[in-house]
Design a binder for this molecule. Structure first.
Ligand code: CAA
Length: 259
């Protein structure tokens, strides 16, 4: 499929890479881009060769937020009834394979929210995160007030949402918003390395791990632990568990068949 606002490629036939590509608007997220991103993610999720997906942007901007001119004239009825601004965002959460955000430059507003919807964030040392919606007379609308406090705690989330200030990559790593910070010119190498490693594991176990970690944010501890235990038990029905443990015992690399 031909896309206009994103580029799509694969690495080693194992990793799907989506690059946001509206450079003149610093990858501002309009309806077309969100539609295309959703389609590309669904296609990689369904592609049997792909074990992990990366979403990235340009050096200057991962994404500078929802497209401000596109929504500037919305009435409440437009926003609520059409749900233009936030529709399609949940597609990202429905992807069952791991999604890594490789962030350089600005990840602001919806851009920060998009990065947080991914499973983890690898940041370049020039990355800047923020929820500046308050400066536009609104608040985050794609999960920022909910995912940011879960990631960085209430104090920093309130600080970000109320002042609209940006957090640099080092602060974001200290606050656990991102899992790693690397030099800008090493960002894709690092993200692809992580994605290839993830792709080398059992896909079924990887999907179960993702589902179980995400459950930690949706349930209390005892429900979450029970959910994890049931998935753990279920993995003993897979050929990959037999292969992985046999490979360990016989001191050889595992060859997972994703069965
Ligand atoms: N929407 C549309 N266009 C945008 C944009 C956005 N969110 N952010 C930047 N652009 C455009 C600018 O209008 C400008 O276009 P022109 O050259 O045609 O004027 C171009 O990108 C370059 O931007 P700047 O000249 O402003 O670049 P800069 O380097 O001086 O500043 C910036 C960069 C700090 C990111 C600044 O552009 C900025 O503050 N952008 C807005 C960030 C923002 O408020 N995001 C939140 C949006 S609301 C939201 O996301 C709601 C939600 O939760 C879903």
């Amino acid at each position: 499929m031909a896309y206009e606002t994103i580029d799509v490629r694969t690495e080693a036939d194992k990793v799907g890479i989506v690059t946001l590509n509206r450079p003149k608007q610093l990858n501002a997220l309009n309806e077309q881009l969100m539609n295309e991103l959703g389609e590309a993610l669904k296609a990689f999720d369904a592609d049997e060769r792909i074990g992990c997906i990366i979403v990235t942007g340009s050096e200057k901007a991962f994404a500078a937020g929802a497209d401000i001119p596109a929504m500037a004239k919305y009435s409440f009825v437009d926003a609520y009834k059409g749900d233009y601004i936030t529709r399609n965002w949940e597609t990202i959460r429905s992807v069952r394979k791991p999604v890594i955000a490789a962030v350089s430059g600005y990840a602001l507003g919806g851009g920060c929210e998009l990065a947080m919807m991914c499973d983890f964030i690898i940041a370049a040392d020039n990355a800047k995160f923020g929820q500046p919606e308050i400066k536009l007379g609104v608040i985050p609308g794609a999960g920022g007030t909910q995912r940011l406090p879960r990631a960085v705690g209430k104090a920093k989330a309130m600080d970000m949402a109320l002042t609209g200030r940006m957090m640099d990559a080092q602060e974001a790593e200290r606050a656990s918003l991102v899992s790693r910070v690397v030099p800008l010119d090493k960002l894709m190498e690092e993200a692809i390395g992580a994605a290839l490693l993830i792709s080398s594991h059992s896909l079924i176990a990887t999907m179960a791990a993702k589902e179980s970690v995400n459950r930690a944010f949706e349930s209390g501890l005892s429900d979450g632990v029970m959910f994890e235990r049931r998935l753990f038990h279920a993995l003993f029905a897979t050929q990959d568990q037999k292969e992985g443990m046999d490979a360990f015992i016989n001191k050889r690399p595992a060859a997972f068949a994703n069965r």
